[in-house]
Design a protein around this ligand. Structure first.
Ligand SMILES: C[S@@+](CC[C@H](N)C(=O)[O-])C[C@H]1O[C@@H](n2cnc3c(N)ncnc32)[C@H](O)[C@@H]1O
Length: 217
């Protein structure tokens, strides 16, 4: 997704990391949840967790911006794009661009959203993303939001211009945004956007917040 803020373009798709940089704590968390009928990975990036999701879910839906889903990139060692990689490797999986998400009416038992909230520099989009995830949850479904709130990597961002929950930083590949989403920030965001927060915890530098649909819909 491209975010244009005060004449600056932030290409958030560039923030996605490869499978080789999967977080062990995220993989272990997912492997504990076996036999889930329908999973949606919101902001799937370059499919960092797709092998694990494919193991634990019967069918998995991958959502990201159209540009992230269709651009040519290296995914698990193959020069391809997300749409093609999913079609070639995961039978029954779906790929839905964020731009078309309003037409997607399926409900999910588990929605994963890893390192996405920290990559959205726009309040309006953030609200839309949270509302959509809430909408896509089954009545007994659970969404998990994972963010890194302490990381040597984002220390350099602190020198950048302040924005929303973090900073905009100019690097070699243009501008990027990194929001520092602590468990408290994530919990408040969820509560203000119609969720019931079930649990939050931290493993190393990653924090996890699980939430379900709130009562009032
Ligand atoms: C830091 S990457 C994380 C990718 C993946 N979840 C992971 O953990 O590897 C952030 C991702 O959020 C996606 N993104 C940003 N804004 C989005 C939006 N409004 N809807 C869907 N995806 C979005 C970006 O394209 C990017 O793939």
């Amino acid at each position: 997704m491209h975010y244009i803020l005060n004449g600056i373009t932030i290409k958030s798709e560039n923030a996605a990391k490869p499978e080789a940089q999967a977080s062990k704590s995220v993989v272990n968390y997912l492997l504990d949840k076996k036999g889930i009928e329908r999973i949606l990975d919101f902001g799937c990036g370059k499919l960092r967790y797709s092998e694990t999701l494919n193991k634990i879910g019967v069918s998995v839906t991958y959502v990201d911006s159209r540009v992230q889903l269709t651009r040519l990139q290296t995914i698990k060692g193959t020069k391809t794009n997300v749409v093609k990689y999913v079609a070639d490797n995961y039978q029954g999986a779906l790929v839905v661009p964020f731009e078309e998400i309003d037409h997607h009416k399926e409900k999910y038992q588990l929605i994963t959203c890893t390192n996405v909230i920290s990559a959205i520099p726009c309040e309006e989009t953030l609200k839309k993303v949270l509302a959509k995830i809430n909408d896509l949850l089954d009545s007994d479904g659970c969404a998990v939001f994972v963010n890194q709130h302490r990381n040597s990597y984002f220390k350099r961002f602190l020198s950048g211009q302040k924005r929303l929950f973090g900073h905009i930083y100019k690097g070699k590949r243009g501008y990027s945004y990194y929001g520092i989403i602590t468990p408290d920030v994530m919990t408040k965001l969820l509560e203000c956007n119609g969720y019931k927060v079930l649990k939050s915890w931290t493993v190393g530098e990653s924090n996890f917040v699980e939430a379900s649909r709130g009562k009032k819909r």
